[in-house]
Design a protein around this ligand. Sequence first.
Ligand code: NAP
Length: 310
Amino acid sequence: MENLLIIGSGCAGLTAAIYAARSNLSPMVVTGTMPGGLLTTTSTVENYPGFPEGIDGYELMLRMQKQAERFGARIKTLQTIEAVDFSRRPFVLTVDGEKIEAQSVIIASGASHRHLGLESERLLEKKGVTYCATCDGAFPAFRNQPLVVVGGGDSACEEALYLTRFASEIHLVHRRDSLRASKIMAGRTLSQPKIKPVWDSAVTEILDVKLDKVTGVRLKNLKTGNETVLACAGVFVAIGHVPNTQLFKGVIDMDDAGYIIPKKGTATNIPGVFVAGDCSDHAYRQAVTAAGLGCAAAIDAERFLASQGG
Ligand code: NAP
């Protein structure tokens, strides 16, 4: 019987694990398929307090995991939750076929990259279509070639800036005529000579499915309706995220977009189940806010267990 099972190992999950472990709850963390979460795919994190020179995203998450383990958290690496039964306590969670009982649960399952939803995108994924410049940017086929980045937020800017190391030029395709990104990121991006914005445009098709590799994108100007083809060797999609909450649909209260709605603090509609991080936060979505919410969820879980005599 577990005191506390934490679903997810991003900033929220691992911070919850640090706090819960230090409260002697000996939490179990189920990492899912991406240990360390989305931040492991970021290059330098420049806005996490305490690192004035910035810190590599993977390194930051590794340090958080070590910190949690140092105080007694147990990490189930690469294991995934297949089913949850929150109908009675102890809760029952199926983890890679194994049934685990837990007195309390923190959902910190994070969010995944949003897809454009094109058939050609699906067919060419990993064949030139990617969602992570730090993971795939150095791929030989992308070197000294024109690349396309889709999106207008901080992620798109970060991807485009990172790709300047490898690409001959980067076309930043955005559906509006200004970036949503923070001022500092937008300024850096638009002043980089290798990055060429393509405003008011949507990717309607990724070419060329018949050749089984990316050779370009078909673009539609949303103001004029004009269609053009832009040659490129790779497409980096950076258009935001969707919360990883499908498993809890119909059981845990969530909004239409799938973000879990906390009740009081980090409590959900099921007593003993708490939530933290990007799976419930569509407003801030920062590493430091996720960490803060993970801390709050661990404190709430600990108080809940104490109130139950646990
Ligand atoms: P975001 O801020 O939600 O931006 C998503 C972008 O994709 C928007 O420009 C949006 O267009 C566009 N978009 C959404 N759906 C689209 C679709 N179907 N087709 C074409 N374009 C689409 O997401 P994000 O950039 O991933 O950032 C998420 C959060 O993480 C933000 O809070 C951000 O500040 C943070 N973040 C911070 C850093 C950093 O500080 N270094 C780095 C990465 C992320 P519209 O503008 O028209 O809505």
